[in-house]
Design a protein around this ligand. Structure first.
Ligand SMILES: [Zn+2]
Ligand SMILES: [Zn+2]
Length: 378
């Protein structure tokens, strides 16, 4: 059995950014969605494959594991059994791994999958979303931010165990420490969470007085994050384990930082290009000259305005635009030239322009003449 190439399935290169993966995934999911391809088995298979690939590549840790071990590490035979529900891909659960789970436990520690020998109920902490606003320049150069938020953190008194260390919990007599009980009803064996211990498998006589047994407390948290250059507005950065602490030592949730970019006074982002508008006097447009513009990094560039420059002329300054995410490539700066018509003339200036007007021929304004000609045949 060959390993599946998840990158090829999503049509992205191996070094694709998580944004690129997300974009490509969205496009493919729309294309192969069963609603759009009723009865088309190939599309359905493709759709499942795309979801399977995305489940792995969207997650940094799973992606790293995939890069090392290939898709065999993830094949669980159940992805095709999700039947009518194409979104029902179950992805990662410790039970599906067989021998690979050992590798994953070594790689990630038991914080990801729980300890296999212990069937205690895991109640991981919730994920947290944190919105950060940065300016366009910070988006260009990359930046650091300190995030402050209040959330559940591991209780320091009991180290998240939830009980006073002097009174070790005893195995639950009802379930024998399994956390669940089985009842037989003819053929049927039903497994249910143990009512007495709530699935914990143990009875705690002395819950921690600081966290009342939950293993976590509300506290202020402060972390420093770096925002990479080239992030898009609305882009997400996943910070593993910085979400809510889990219940009684269960894994933490993740923190998702959503980055918003403020509009800039001068530049407008168009793809990776930074577009700006520059006014020049009518005389410069007529006679030609030089103007100076400043890029987002603060460096100035001289632009030669040739004589007879028209309004709307666009000048491209290469590679001083927005950087591509996780790449050294940059977009361009686009300068749109607008010719400013003089206002507030003195009578003397007006006289000069009137003189000039009298001397003008159709050669001076060929486009004006061409437009008139087109209208005249209508
Ligand atoms: Zn029990
Ligand atoms: Zn505690």
């Amino acid at each position: 059995m060959g390993s599946k190439d998840y990158y090829a399935i999503l049509g992205v290169p191996k070094n694709a950014s998580s944004d690129d993966i997300k974009k490509s995934y969205r496009k493919l999911v729309l294309k192969y969605h069963p609603d759009k391809n009723p009865g088309d088995k190939t599309a359905e298979e493709k759709f499942k494959e795309i979801n399977e690939a995305y489940e792995v590549l969207k997650d940094d840790q799973k992606r790293a594991a995939y890069d090392r071990y290939g898709s065999d590490a993830f094949s669980n035979g159940s992805s095709s059994s999700s039947g009518d529900n194409p979104f029902g891909f179950e992805g990662f659960s410790a039970g599906n791994f067989g021998d690979f789970s050992d590798i994953f436990e070594q790689m990630f520690g038991d914080s990801i999958f729980g300890t296999r020998s212990n069937s205690r109920h895991q109640q991981p902490g919730a994920d947290i979303r944190y919105d950060v606003t940065i300016n366009l320049r910070e988006a260009c150069t990359g930046t650091h931010k300190t995030l402050k938020y209040t959330t559940f953190v591991r209780c320091d008194l009991c180290s998240g165990r939830g009980y006073d260390n002097k009174y070790t919990p005893t195995a639950c007599p009802n379930c024998g420490g399994r956390g669940s009980v089985r009842t037989r009803n003819g053929f049927l064996t039903i497994e249910q969470t143990c009512q007495q211990c709530g699935g914990q498998g143990s009875i705690i006589s002395h819950p921690c007085r600081k966290c009342s047994g939950s293993g976590r407390i509300k506290d202020d948290k402060r972390i420093d994050i770096s925002i990479p250059a080239g992030i898009e507005s609305g882009g997400q950065i996943r910070i593993p384990n910085e979400g809510e602490a889990g219940y009684m030592g269960s894994p933490n949730g993740n923190l998702y930082v959503v980055v918003n970019i403020l509009p800039h006074d001068v530049f407008k982002l168009e793809g990776h290009d930074l577009k700006c508008t520059v006014y020049i006097p009518m005389t410069t447009a007529i006679l030609g000259g030089n103007i100076s513009v400043t890029d987002i990094d603060g460096n100035s560039h001289s632009i030669n305005i040739s004589h007879g420059t028209q309004t709307g002329t666009q000048v491209r300054i290469k590679s001083v635009g927005m950087p591509y995410y996780q790449s050294s490539r940059r977009g361009d700066m686009l300068v749109e030239i607008i010719v400013e018509t003089p206002i507030d003339l003195t009578s003397q200036q007006r006289g000069i322009i009137e003189d000039f007007q009298r001397q003008c021929t159709t050669k001076n304004n060929p486009k004006t003449q061409a437009t008139q000609d087109k209208f005249s045949v209508l």
